[in-house]
Design a binder for this molecule. Sequence first.
Ligand code: NAD
Length: 354
Amino acid sequence: MKIAVLPGDGIGQEIVKEAVRVMEAFRSEGYPIEFEFASIGGKAFDEAGDPLPDSTLKLARDAQAILLGAVGGVQYDSLPRPKRPEQGLLRLRKELALFANLRPALLYPELVSASTLKPEIVANLDIMIVRELTGDIYFGQPRGIRVNPAGEREGFNTMVYSEPEVRRVAHTAFKIAMKRKCKLCSVDKMNVLETTELWRETMIEVSKEYPEVSLTHMYVDNAAMQLVRNPKQFDVIVTGNMFGDILSDEASMLTGSIGMLPSASLDAQGKGLYEPIHGSAPDIAGKNIANPLATILSLAMMMRYTFAEERLAGRIEHAVRQVLGKGLRTSDIFESGATLVSTSQMGDAVVAAL
Ligand code: NAD
């Protein structure tokens, strides 16, 4: 297992360190895990004048999987756009053709009070959102702001999906559904958008190759409503880039704890970039108080989706549950009666539970 480790900026350095300890624990058991570090984001800009230096890109290309912390910081916000930390990450996703973004929304029973929704609505919630990441209206051409014949300024974008683009993300989603409860809900707006009419037709066509999976369809406005009304009806959701952007943020907030949620971005061969959904949290960086669990759970996703090591994925997830069950909490998920721990103490506890 060849892994590139890119801690990035802010708390990225602290949280990735704890996930690396989990990798080391597996390695000491004899698992063939190799990893190498490189800089990305603001740190890479400081060192090499580029948020994605060639050496980092090469390391990422040569690896089978990438573990990333987070990028960004206020000191970089005034840089020209191509030099900003976020551009390094966007370029990395593009260069590696990572078109399927997997965002689980999973609520551990121990953290049910972190959600703003009623416990009976969200307890044991376990949804996976598969968002197409490289197409749709965010990338479609033509786009711009122009003056129309009436002399008024108007903005325009193009929502476009080719059949192969839909087909490849459909295959990813069906395969994931096969590893879960075999229920896939495709979200579109085919009553008004032709792009999503093609999306739906393609989903139905691909579904013939996965007879075990039950495929349903939902309009995006209804899906946004159902996610807060009765989120447990969903197992896997697949949708386009823009709808997925919105729905995955909505779904993550059902769990209430940004420091707990991992993500993966995959290519067609299962190579992946694994990272927590949160950012570099400059407000708490360097204080050893950030929650490392989203990053450690990103490693669990890596074991499952890139390396098909379901047992190692399960062991990490089980260790996290055990630690939460013992009442250990970093400050972001702290509640009265729990034991407050630092980033490194949380890492200690997970490694011990493994
Ligand atoms: P953020 O996710 O970094 O932080 C939002 C809030 O959540 C902060 O109060 C922070 O302290 C808290 N938080 C986040 N992760 C936490 C953790 N693991 N443990 C405890 N608390 C945690 O979002 P932001 O403040 O909007 O952005 C900060 C920087 O991160 C910006 O430069 C932004 O561009 C960047 N960013 C990067 C990514 C990424 O690398 N993928 C994603 C989002 C934002």
